[in-house]
Design a protein around this ligand. Structure first.
Ligand SMILES: Cc1cc2nc3c(=O)[nH]c(=O)nc-3n(C[C@H](O)[C@H](O)[C@H](O)COP(=O)(O)OP(=O)(O)OC[C@H]3O[C@@H](n4cnc5c(N)ncnc54)[C@H](O)[C@@H]3O)c2cc1C
Length: 405
């Protein structure tokens, strides 16, 4: 059975996929999203996402934010402390959003709540169909459209496919886009916990020899934790009971958040990276982790995915509004151009930051220490660094900009 052709079909119903589908529908494209429900049941996602301002703005502009607001906590302060115990120790650096005139750097929300809010909003859009499926089994691009076969046997056609099907993307393969992948000898433990003292809307980032240990505020006296460790240590932490892990967290935090309790379900993620030589080809545009994977340092991964989604909606929407083809060569070239520098610079910066932390080489340690020293002491440099961390120098897609008051 074949449904009427869509302007766009999004493959993958994770956070990047839903965001792309909603953005594309809001840009006027007749859209469908197809994929299995995101992490249902006991294997639910333990991660949270610190959504930076532009990502929150995208959610506001597309009518999703109302469903997120009560589950999200503002992030107003970031405190970075060198806990490497090395001879060349960097000074503590504190970033405050008020210093750059912003109410918050962004908001932190559990991935499960984020996907639920996205899905609820997607259901209300008349030009967006949600097709629950075990997934696409074949994606076949041709000159005029793309044919998608789903596991259940039904077939969809679209002029543009947004491949949001994660790091082992079938869409990427169908587009003939090759990926470069690499691994780090590190794992990230992710969980959420309660604490006796208030977090004061602050994130605590301890730079340790094995990687960063980062808490990010959640509503109330709760925070999320991303704890980067050696694989052996991460596996040991995974096996600890609830009280033992709470004590480990408390020890690392040296009392900053008081007594720790209710460290909920935990999961560990091997750290890896992936980049592609182009973001789109053959009527298929990649979005989210289908297009790039970076370690969970500096809250960049899904924020990049949101920028993919907003940029793709702009390229496809502009083509469609002008009577053109949303999956045509012009729209894909515009998307490739829009995403190239932003993605490459984030992959480079996060990789460098991580390697400078885990490397024992004194020159790298000295450079990292000097960098933090300069950021701590020179306010204009600190402000420029904060602005660059929040949004790319090249500017933001329309859907991520503030609406005129
Ligand atoms: C510990 C940790 C903390 C993080 N914290 C942050 C943070 O604070 N801020 C931030 O910006 N990023 C963060 N990230 C990164 C962020 O979690 C990821 O970028 C994001 O989850 C990727 O979403 P995605 O939708 O691209 O991919 P996925 O979540 O992998 O979704 C892909 C979807 O595609 C589906 N799929 C796969 N194959 C098919 C198919 N053939 N057909 C149909 N569907 C298919 C899958 O079932 C899945 O639902 C963190 C990552 C980690 C590991």
């Amino acid at each position: 059975m074949s449904a009427a052709p869509y302007d766009t079909v999004v493959i993958g119903a994770g956070p990047a996929g839903y965001t792309a589908a909603i953005a594309l529908a809001c840009a006027g494209c007749r859209t469908a999203i197809a994929g299995p429900p995101h992490n249902p049941g006991p294997d639910r996602d333990t991660r949270t996402t610190a959504l930076l301002q532009a990502s929150v703005q995208l959610l506001r502009n597309t009518g999703v934010w109302e469903g997120c607001r009560e589950h999200a906590a503002p992030l107003r302060t970031i405190r970075i402390t060198d806990d490497t115990g090395r001879l060349l120790r960097a000074p503590e650096v504190v970033f405050k959003s008020s210093e750059i005139g912003d109410e918050a750097f962004g908001y932190n929300i559990a991935n499960t709540e984020l996907v639920a809010a996205l899905r609820a909003r997607a259901k209300t859009l008349p030009n967006l169909d949600i097709i629950e499926s075990q997934g696409a089994t074949a994606i076949e691009p041709s000159d005029k459209d793309v044919r998608i076969t789903l596991a259940e046997g039904n077939m969809l056609t679209a002029r543009l496919v947004a491949g949001a099907d994660g790091r082992r993307s079938l869409a990427r393969q169908a587009a003939g886009i090759t990926a470069r992948t690499w691994r780090y000898d590190q794992m990230a433990l992710a969980c959420n916990f309660s604490h006796a003292r208030p977090h004061d809307d602050a994130s605590i980032e301890l730079h340790r020899k094995a990687g960063p240990f980062t808490t990010v505020p959640l509503p109330g006296k709760r925070s999320s934790l991303v704890w980067v460790e050696t694989p052996g240590e991460a596996k040991r932490l995974l096996t600890l009971g609830d009280e033992a892990i709470a004590l480990e967290i408390e020890t690392r935090l040296q009392g900053c958040l008081g007594q720790i309790s209710n460290a909920g379900p935990r999961a560990a993620f091997p750290l890896s990276g992936m980049s592609v030589h182009r973001a789109a080809a053959k009527r298929i545009a990649l979005v989210g982790e289908a297009a790039h994977v970076i370690p969970p340092i500096g809250a960049q991964g899904l924020n990049l995915g949101f920028r993919d989604a907003a940029a793709l909606a702009q390229c496809a929407g502009t083509a469609l509004a002008g009577g053109g083809d949303p999956g045509g060569a012009g729209a894909l070239a515009a998307y490739n151009k829009a995403r190239r520098n932003d993605v490459a610079s984030r992959i480079f910066a996060v990789d460098l930051l991580n390697r400078s932390l885990i490397s024992g080489l004194p020159p790298l340690q000295a450079a990292r220490g000097l960098g933090l020293h300069l950021l701590g002491g020179i306010a204009p440099l600190r402000k420029a660094f904060m602005r660059q961390g929040l949004a790319p120098r090249s500017g933001l897609p329309e859907l991520m900009r503030r609406c005129a008051p």
